[in-house]
Design a protein around this ligand. Structure first.
Ligand SMILES: NC(=O)c1ccc[n+]([C@@H]2O[C@H](COP(=O)([O-])OP(=O)(O)OC[C@H]3O[C@@H](n4cnc5c(N)ncnc54)[C@H](OP(=O)(O)O)[C@@H]3O)[C@@H](O)[C@H]2O)c1
Length: 340
């Protein structure tokens, strides 16, 4: 079987295919025949050596990249009750975070970062590190759920989002488009920004209620306030980081909720002013993907809510470097997938 490894992290070209013997499942483990994977913004950092400042998260190379995959169970080890050969599963981002608050062990079990990931034709994982894929989804679609899908799900549910409220989404990447789809499923009014007119048109087709072109309207926080009659939004899925946080705080209503998710812009070490948070009594919540239980919840919501993940483009397993370059270019809307 073949898998990708990052041996010397010198950029996307350091993703190399290697040939290995197929692994065997031990007690409590499953052997997966992987069918599809999806890329997240985080994955671009790994061929550069990982996220700076998150020392416990990124293992030193060689590293098998990627957290997100879907496949079929080929064999199970002794004691496995959860799955049988032929079952379709998705991988859980944290292999050792079942439920509740994250623990140090859970945090140190992130696939494709602190431990080897799944960009391999065959993968052995603990059975409790996998979740049954939603039956209505193809492998390509199911492979989009573990990171971006769970992150949007955790952000909205942990902030107590409920029908009739509104949510502001920044850009049209993987997390934001899941935020759009889940937001509509939950009965929220979705306001979304993008630097591209075409992407905003597509977001409208996907159900966005209001769109803001952040190129034409750099003061998108003022527009969000206007759209909510000066009150401000109930929720923000903050994927922009230091470069957008101040505006996200301004766009919020009194007592609004900001889910701190991303680092797309600005200097992550920069300190934003705490004043809006204090005067508006805002709730700021750090989101780091989510637990095994939250992935299970998302899979159920996707099935019951007939959500079809939005895939922008699919690349073959042999063209993984092209898939990474495409994600890096930022041309996509939704998810970039690799398929076998
Ligand atoms: N904390 C967590 O658990 C967690 C989980 C998943 C992702 N993340 C983080 O969340 C962020 C988004 O991840 P992703 O996988 O969804 O990324 P992605 O699919 O690569 O999406 C990036 C998109 O965001 C928009 N964008 C780029 N720069 C921006 C900026 N300065 N301000 C506002 N929007 C901007 C662009 O959309 P337009 O072209 O439409 O403008 C771009 O296509 C990343 O920083 C990632 O590391 C964190």
């Amino acid at each position: 079987m073949r898998r990708y490894e990052i041996r010397e992290p010198k950029g996307i070209a350091s993703l190399q295919l290697v040939e290995l013997e197929s692994p065997r499942p031990g007690p409590g483990q499953v052997l997966l025949d992987m069918k599809a994977w999806s890329l997240n913004y985080r994955d671009l950092a790994m061929p550069r050596g990982g996220y700076p400042g998150n020392d416990k998260v990124v293992r030193s190379p060689p590293l098998v990249p990627l957290s997100d995959g879907a496949g079929e169970v080929l064999a199970v080890g002794p004691g496995v009750k959860e799955f049988a050969p032929g079952d379709r599963v998705v991988t859980s981002f944290f292999q050792d975070w079942d439920d509740g608050e994250i623990t140090a062990e859970g945090k140190a079990s992130a696939l494709g970062g602190s431990i080897d990931g799944v960009l391999s034709e065959r993968v052995v994982l603990n059975a409790r590190g996998c979740v049954a894929a939603p039956p209505s989804l193809t492998f390509d679609q199911a492979a989009t759920l573990p990171c971006a899908g769970v992150t949007a799900w955790a952000a909205l549910t942990e902030a107590g989002a409920r029908a009739g409220q509104n949510v502001l989404l920044l850009g049209t990447g993987g997390v934001s488009i899941f935020g759009l789809q889940l937001g509509k499923l939950m009965g929220l009014r979705v306001i979304i920004t993008s630097g591209s007119r075409e992407k905003l048109e597509r977001a409208r087709q996907l159900g966005a209620d209001d769109t803001i072109n952040s190129q034409e309207q750099p003061e998108w926080d003022a527009r969000a306030l206007q759209l909510t009659a000066g009150v401000g939004v109930d929720h923000v899925l903050e994927v922009g980081g230091a470069g957008t946080l101040e505006r996200s705080l301004r766009a919020c209503r009194l007592g609004g909720n900001v889910s701190l998710i991303g680092v797309l812009s600005g200097n992550p070490e920069q300190n934003p002013s705490p004043l809006h948070v204090m005067w508006k009594r805002l709730m700021l919540r750090g989101i780091y993907v989510g637990s095994h239980r939250q992935l299970e919840e998302l899979c159920r919501a996707v099935e019951v809510g007939h959500i079809v993940p939005v895939i922008d483009r699919v690349f073959p397993f042999d063209a993984v470097q092209d898939a990474y370059r495409y994600l890096k270019s930022g041309q996509h809307l939704g998810k970039v997938v690799i398929s076998r």
